[in-house]
Design a binder for this molecule. Structure first.
Ligand SMILES: [Zn+2]
Length: 349
């Protein structure tokens, strides 16, 4: 992979990350929910664009499909995040793999979802850049899928796997090809609960980059879902870093899960071991009894500013429950802080 020429975004992003803490955007789910879309809106049969891929499954809740059926509404959300201060905006493709789209019978739409998903973000970012001149980058979002390669979902059959490394590698390969075809500047492998899934995604990136003749920057983001401080597949942040460092990612970090305060010690651990840039995008606190997030923008921003004060972060954004107001508050709160200086390791003798 190292012989391939680097995508031009690599040098630009690296130079910017040395200058300032970069801002990533916030959640799509919360914004999409506010649109109050019906089944007909999701399929495009009510208002919007009808998807050319047929499925007999209900589509309400298939947020990724809105790339094809409600692109104007999605573009507006991406634009709002860009104007709130995001330097990097994620595609709405968290579940745009054949594995995740199987729930909706839309495996055939995967290439279009990813290609158009990158294009709609690019359009939104270009509009923002035309206003303020700031460079902005499209991060092709690669989710964990709804299956796990290293654990059995069946307590009575611990050797069973619902998905294999190769199933994931192939599905991620299709996704990454689509994202690159749509003009993604980097690939963000996010919400990693199973490192083996992430390793399949990394492998798929390496294969896709070789085919396209260009290496894109990769961001890798794990999630720590319980108080033990480990991922679902049982790794500490340090072990997680050692499992993915071979990818030479642009950033390694954490997202989602328990909110900023609970994430802080794990980010501190990662920042201490990783010789690359770090990225954190926590949820807006913990969900309430209704599964909603009510931590306000200033509250999230104040906690994330602590990460910056301690020199833990190079890229910061928001995950579940965050809004453009959260991203604006985070961007304002972080403006005065210098970025973390990635640790330099002595070359092995
Ligand atoms: Zn989240």
């Amino acid at each position: 992979m190292s012989q391939l020429p680097a995508h031009p975004a690599t040098a630009q992003l690296t130079a910017l990350a040395h200058e300032k803490i970069l801002i990533l955007d916030g959640a799509m789910g919360t914004q999409i929910q506010q649109l109050g879309l019906s089944e007909d809106d999701f399929t495009g049969h009510g208002s919007g664009h009808v998807c050319r891929h047929h499925s007999d499954h209900p589509q309400k809740g298939n947020n990724d499909l809105l790339i094809l059926t409600q692109p104007e509404a999605l573009e507006e959300i991406h634009f709002n995040y860009a104007m709130a201060g995001a330097d990097i905006a994620e595609t709405n493709t968290f579940s745009a793999t054949t594995i995740a789209q199987a729930d909706y019978g839309l495996q055939a739409a995967v290439h279009d979802l990813n290609e158009q998903g990158a294009r709609v973000v690019r359009r939104a970012l270009d509009r923002a850049t035309a206003i303020d001149g700031k460079p902005r980058f499209v991060a092709g979002a690669v989710g964990p899928t709804n299956r796990t390669a290293s654990l059995s979902p069946d307590v009575n059959d611990p050797g069973y796997r619902a998905v294999t490394f190769d199933d994931l590698r192939i599905a991620y390969g299709q996704q990454v090809h689509g994202l690159i075809a749509g003009g993604a500047d980097l690939i963000l492998i996010e919400t990693i609960f199973d490192t083996l899934n992430a390793k399949a995604a990394i492998f798929a990136c390496i294969e896709a980059f070789a085919e396209h003749g260009q290496r894109l920057p990769i961001m890798i983001s794990g999630t720590i879902t319980d108080a033990s401080g480990r991922t679902l597949s049982g790794q500490t942040p340090t072990a997680f870093w050692h499992s993915v460092s071979h990818a030479r990612p642009f950033t390694v970090g954490l997202n989602c899960a328990l909110g900023a305060a609970a994430m802080r010690p794990h980010m501190a651990e990662l920042a201490g071991v990783a010789d690359t840039f770090t990225c954190a995008y926590p949820n807006a606190g913990l969900p309430n009894a209704f599964g909603e997030y009510d931590e306000g923008p200033d509250d999230t921003a104040r906690q994330v500013a602590e990460f910056a004060r301690e020199g833990l972060v190079n890229v910061v954004g928001g995950c579940c429950g965050t809004t453009p107001d959260h991203i604006r508050a985070i961007a304002d709160a972080l403006a005065g802080f210098a970025p973390r200086q990635p640790r330099k390791f002595e070359a092995a003798a």
